[in-house]
Design a protein around this ligand. Sequence first.
Ligand code: ATP
Ligand code: MG
Length: 436
Amino acid sequence: MAEKISAVKGMNDIAPPVSAHWEWLEEQLRSLMQRYGYRNLRTPIVEPTALFVRGLGQVTDIVEKEMYSFEDRLNGEQLTLRPENTAGVVRAAIEQSLTYDGGKRLYYMGPMFRHERPQRGRYRQFHQFGAEALGFAGPDVDAELIVLACDLWAALGLSGISLEINSLGQPPERQAHRAALIAYLEAHAELLDEDARRRLHTNPLRILDTKNPLMQDLVNQAPRLMDHLGQESLDHFHRLRTLLDAHGIEYTINPRLVRGMDYYNLSVFEFVTTQLGSQGTVCAGGRYDGLFEQIGGKSVPAVGWALGMERILELLKEQNKLPEQPVPDAYAVVQNASSLSQVMPVLRTLRLAGVNVQMHAGGPEGMGSMKSQFKKADASGARFALIFGQAELEKGAVAIKPLRGPRNDADVGAPAQQLLKPLAEAAHWASIFRLP
Ligand code: ATP
Ligand code: MG
């Protein structure tokens, strides 16, 4: 045998039965976005590397060490597998003039790629679903996006997800805070780890986000950005909080919430759970009014979030909220392969009418014994077996057998008739089959 080829480390196949969970989650997401008036945007998986370097910032985890980048072998162009989709959405919005006639509410979903150490809730190919509102400056849209996420948890049946919010203010306010922060950290240089020392002058705000337990006291005492915010920023934050309160949405203000990407300003937020070990952030986002200009467009205010679909599915599993596997309404048992040309068009009629009916597939020898077919029918989870036996077909009849659920005649009759109704309604079949 030839040598086996495995999937790339940290990149996973999504096969049945798990793929049904994904499809269900995707449906829930689409349906909710529709109710809030968000529309789908699909951008390429490969983008110019410069988009992320300029969009996310040179000294972010993603750009420093997580991107899958390569050179186009024909023209030498530097390309990257998208590590996130906000920069791509903004690039597309600029290129397609999506906001020329006003604000746009958009959503995306799909695979993202980051070169990280694979572990529970952290993969190299993972999937995000994101909502982005482009062209709206007010805190009402920040609130709408947060409320939307809360509605999503409820629709999925999830609990135990808490909301943390913060304000990052505007660039000049961050500059003032940054100076105070660097002075403070320099005064305590002996307590900084290697990562922090490296970031001290490039991205000190990110030091507040450290996961090093030895530095927690230090960052807890650090100067707060909130104390450097001007009236307008404080106002935006206050109005957001008022709207969240009006919805009865609980949150905590986390002054250390800074987010990994450089592009955020004003509102930032994260939804976190304690039920997923150390990968507890399921959804994160904020306002990014500067990003359009940063990647070469006219200034457009914007706000959005992204959720990790693997983490949401993991949480659904943890809380026992995953949906049942889809099962066929009926499983067709066919005694003789010679009757297939009569049977298969019947099944097709049922399917065209919306009935989910699975046909027993035969082999080179024919259909197999009725006993083995009934075994398969049972294992399929179908409520009914449709029996196309020789005797039935000669009489022009279909036998129908309940495989599960109530089995006494009174309870079986109506659902069985409902199932075969499309045949009764199709004149050509009604004349051939006597239906129950
Ligand atoms: P973390 O601090 O966990 O690395 P992040 O700040 O890098 O997260 P974002 O870039 O904000 O994450 O992405 C939004 C969401 O996407 C995260 O909250 C998480 O749910 C999910 N996510 C991010 N990276 C991964 C990954 N490598 N594997 C699976 N999900 C991920
Ligand atoms: Mg990360």
